[in-house]
Design a protein around this ligand. Sequence first.
Ligand SMILES: [Zn+2]
Length: 288
Amino acid sequence: MSWLTEYVRPRIRTLFTRSEVPENLWHQCPACQQMIFHRDLATNRKVCQHCGHHMRATVAERLAWTFDENAFTKIELPKPVADPLRFRDTKRYADRLKEAREKTHADDAITVAHGTIGGHKAVVALMDFDFIAGSMGAAVGDAIVAAARLAVLQHVPLIAFTASGGARMQEGAISLMQMPRTVIATRLVKDAGLPFIVVLTDPTTGGVTASFAMLGDIQIAEPGAMIGFAGARVIEQTVREKLPEGFQRAEYLLEHGVIDMVVKRPDLPHMLARIIGLLSGKEQQAAA
Ligand SMILES: [Zn+2]
């Protein structure tokens, strides 16, 4: 070793690494391709300040944004039989579950928590698209039933944030059974005279759209969210027609009366609080 390799080279290396910009400081907006500083992205709740594009958010982020002062209690959810059909495609379902659990630090594609939103108590169920595309198997069905029961027990509204690719195909017919189960769960809440509010986030499709996700007393969607049953390409091939622009997007569905409102993410907690207040009659009492 000479002075050249020992002294000069490491110094050159430090000079280079120092001038490098850490990768995670800047994010590129997938819609307008502009660069966004990470701090701006966090303050804007993952909404692009250039074009208003709503990026996908994690369950942890949504919990923090939704509840007052980031205070909430997660509930323990039932653990149904894992891999009931011992299913295997290119990979074993058991392995897919394990990978998804490691990636998301959650047991399945849903989290249920309770706390207050704008001073109103509420139970919130949040789906996680990062967990096997937010697919609905027995665990998601069980969680929706548990969330509905908790809402009835606490006599508070139930709010569901949906994000799903549809049924958990690895659970076959068991997965399909979750559709009527979750529908019955929403009935428990409604029969108790409590509001059920749905916030459709990007993307909400398949069996989730075909069950509890469309049964809210108030249907809210985030701007630009893709909401549908079958994919646009499948529909185009079936009806043999070109679909209109913006088909299956939140704004298109609002225009056609499928949903009640499109709410920007930063306005969402306030809007939820307002709706709960109105539906529970507390807002009129406060005004009187
Ligand atoms: Zn953008």
